[in-house]
Design a protein around this ligand. Structure first.
Ligand code: CO8
Length: 261
């Protein structure tokens, strides 16, 4: 396996890949090389025949305390614009067609919060510390926070959070629908995330990819277009072997043996 400086990569369970952000001295601040490594790791998981779902986590103290402020401080407009600064972060949402579960403990601020919001499923500890504090630095969210947080919590709450820079807890994240589940400890969080990833990894890869694709379309399309898109993909799955395998197994009261075709 490739060795990384800012992340750790493992396959802790059958079918499950894990990326652990590992830049403890800077509370996992997301410097460009870290994002580069993360993108590489996710591309490799995408290509891997053994990995079917991925968990992304940080440490107990910090998922990620934001984009690297020290790296950003001297950037000029023309540098940021010509290098398309931050655009590569979006690779996260396009490079990986397998489900990504973020397991968030501790700080998830600025770019860290945005990174967590890019995941397909977000789990966190009750005390996780989310927020978009960019306004305090004289700037605004730049990796999708103003869009994804607003879709998750609604306009008024998103405005309040982004305009005041006020943090919110993991418990609030769960109550507002940002997080799917909340856990009492980091250990329970990681176990919960791995278990969910393992469950997903037990299903047909074709069906899982299609399910992720259509749910994500709901974030981009108007309802009528989204429902039509879903129906087309649903129709397409009648062309997969796994739809036949799954429904035949149900009729025969057997456990399906997926072909992943
Ligand atoms: N960037 C760089 N270094 C950081 C960052 C960061 N975002 N966060 C923490 N660190 C470093 C600190 O500088 C410190 O380093 P050193 O020991 O060398 O001084 C080390 O991590 C430990 O941090 P603290 O001593 O501050 O730890 P505390 O426990 O006292 O505080 C906090 C933890 C509350 C998380 C505090 O570190 C903090 O407020 N960090 C900044 C949070 C923040 O503002 N994040 C948003 C950054 S802006 C952003 O993410 C924009 C994203 C949009 C992407 C688009 C491009 C901009």
């Amino acid at each position: 396996r490739r060795s990384y400086e800012y992340i750790e990569v493992s396959e802790p369970r059958p079918g499950v890949g894990q990326v652990t952000l590992n830049r403890p001295k800077a509370l996992n601040a997301l410097c460009s090389p870290l994002i580069g490594e993360l993108n590489t790791a996710l591309r490799e998981f995408q290509a891997s025949p053994t990995v079917a779902a991925v968990v992304l986590t940080g440490s107990e103290r910090a998922f990620a305390a934001g984009a690297d402020i020290k790296e950003m401080a001297p950037l000029t407009f023309s540098e940021a614009y010509s290098k398309s600064f931050i655009e590569s972060w979006s690779d996260l949402t396009t490079a990986l067609k397998k489900p990504l579960i973020a397991a968030v403990s501790g700080h998830a601020l600025g770019g860290g919060c945005e990174l967590a919001l890019m995941a397909d499923i977000l789990y966190c500890t009750a005390t996780a510390n989310f927020g978009q504090p960019e306004i305090k630095l004289g700037t605004i969210p730049g990796a999708g926070g103003s869009q994804r947080l607003t879709r998750a919590v609604g306009k008024s709450k998103a405005m309040e959070l982004i305009l005041t820079g006020k943090s919110f807890t993991g418990e609030e994240a769960e109550r507002w629908g940002v997080a799917a589940r909340v856990f009492p400890t980091y250990e329970a969080l990681l176990e919960g995330a791995l278990k969910t990833a393992e469950t997903i990894a037990g299903y047909s890869k074709v069906a899982v990819q299609a399910a992720k694709e259509v749910v994500n379309k709901s974030q981009d399309l108007a309802l009528r277009d989204g429902v039509e898109y879903e129906r087309r993909v649903f129709h397409a799955l009648f062309g997969s072997q796994d739809q036949k395998i799954g429904m035949k197994a149900f009729a025969e009261k057997k456990k399906p043996e997926w072909s992943h075709q």
